[in-house]
Design a protein around this ligand. Structure first.
Ligand code: SF4
Length: 172
């Protein structure tokens, strides 16, 4: 029943809200956050457990003036600690997770199809998260919006405690 409700939310309510959001542009991000929160609640209600978790991150978490290329291989990171990437690698290693950085929705979809996880913890902006969660259905995804103190797509951050908690939810 919960899965049917999640299907309705992601395949019916989400496109309807995005259509409405095309006219009410100042409300669109709030609609996307509403869908993410509703999806997260329903995924938690389903209570699915697995160790095959993919942690998917947006490229904008990497600090802008870092010249290390992490999009092909995040483990190229020198772990200097100037951005969240260092800590997120440590979280992935501690939990034996697959960890990837996606530069956009198409790459994120390809990573999910290549890795074939049983659950995803995804960090991104509300727009990419909501569309990615809807595309990935029925795969259970817990979405965590990034923090954007300097505006969109630039030196973004994520609350590590939320990432750890989402991983623990699936993994325990
Ligand atoms: S932790 Fe340091 S080396 Fe790694 S991506 Fe961030 S700034 Fe670059």
């Amino acid at each position: 029943m919960t899965d049917l409700f999640r299907a309705i939310v992601l395949k019916v309510l989400y496109p309807v809200l995005m259509l409405v959001g095309a006219f009410l542009k100042d409300k669109k991000e709030r609609f996307q956050l509403y869908i993410i929160d509703l999806n997260n609640k329903l995924v938690r209600m389903q209570g699915f457990k697995t160790k095959r978790i993919l942690l998917l991150l947006p490229h904008c978490l990497q600090i802008n003036d870092c010249d290390v290329r992490i999009t092909n291989d995040i483990y190229n990171c020198k772990r200097c600690g100037r951005c969240n990437i260092k800590d997120l690698i440590a979280v992935a290693e501690d939990n034996h997770l697959k960890l990837f950085v996606a530069t956009g929705g198409n790459l994120a979809r390809r990573i999910v199809s290549d890795v074939r996880p049983e659950a995803v913890v995804a960090v991104a902006c509300e727009r990419d998260l909501s569309s990615g969660i809807a595309d990935a259905y029925p795969l259970p995804v817990l979405g965590i919006p990034n923090e954007r103190p300097f505006g969109p797509c630039f030196n973004t951050r994520v609350d590590l405690s939320r990432v750890k908690e989402a991983i623990e939810f699936f993994g325990k």
